[in-house]
Design a protein around this ligand. Structure first.
Ligand SMILES: CC(C)(COP(=O)(O)OP(=O)(O)OC[C@H]1O[C@@H](n2cnc3c(N)ncnc32)[C@H](O)[C@@H]1OP(=O)(O)O)[C@@H](O)C(=O)NCCC(=O)NCCS
Length: 176
């Protein structure tokens, strides 16, 4: 079932989305490459299909983000749930020509609610390199709590990055 706040919609991708996903990635490469290891210069329709069919990311729940014209403006997803602790990680990216419109904040809010209300998570984590100030701001705007900095937690383009960790608990969200 799609998730929507009336402005954006999150839905599971289908094979038909592969060209639009590949095109969105291609036009956003300069912004994606520093922080998303899968964003390589020859990312193409075949790579998008592999993402759609979960070949890169078994156990993850992926969504495309659509605007009100049903145009794909990015994607977001949940990592595999840690069932023992009911913890799940949330991630997102937005097409560069649509950055700054609040799309990632809306997507992360919808996804955090879905993680808690539908997937049974009691804690949603958002992690980003300490160099990723835009993503840090998204976590802040979603209402997540900054819990600390993990040393050398992410390996990006051959370099270890210290990583901010943020969390969202059910009481942090306005749930239906
Ligand atoms: C991070 C990203 C998802 C943000 O998407 P977005 O739709 O532009 O996010 P929003 O519009 O909801 O909010 C972005 C906020 O960051 C701010 N911001 C943008 N660039 C910034 C920067 N370099 N430094 C500080 N703040 C910045 C914006 O001003 C905005 O805050 P504001 O509303 O207070 O003005 C997008 O930039 C992206 O896809 N980056 C590459 C992939 C990535 O890093 N994904 C996250 C991995 S953890």
């Amino acid at each position: 079932m799609p998730l929507t706040d009336g402005v954006i919609t999150l839905r599971h991708p289908t094979a038909a989305d592969a060209p639009a996903v590949a095109s969105a990635v291609q036009q956003s490469l300069p912004e994606l490459q520093p922080f998303m290891t899968w964003a390589i210069p020859d990312y193409d329709v075949s790579a998008a299909r592999q993402w759609i069919f979960g070949e890169f990311n078994p156990g993850e729940e992926q969504f495309v983000i659509e605007d009100s014209n049903s145009e794909i403006v990015g994607s977001c997803g949940l990592g595999p749930i840690d069932n023992l602790n009911r913890v799940i990680e949330l991630g997102y990216w937005v097409r560069s020509d649509r950055a700054g419109e609040g799309i990632a904040t809306r997507a992360a809010t919808l996804l955090a609610r879905h993680a808690i209300q539908t997937r049974g998570a009691m804690r949603v984590e958002i992690c980003m390199s300490v160099e990723n100030n835009a993503s840090r701001r998204v976590a802040e705007k979603v209402g997540a709590t900054h819990e600390g900095t993990l040393r050398a937690r992410l390996l990006l383009n051959g370099e270890h990055h210290d990583t901010h960790i943020w969390s969202i608990l059910p009481e942090d969200l306005e749930l239906d």
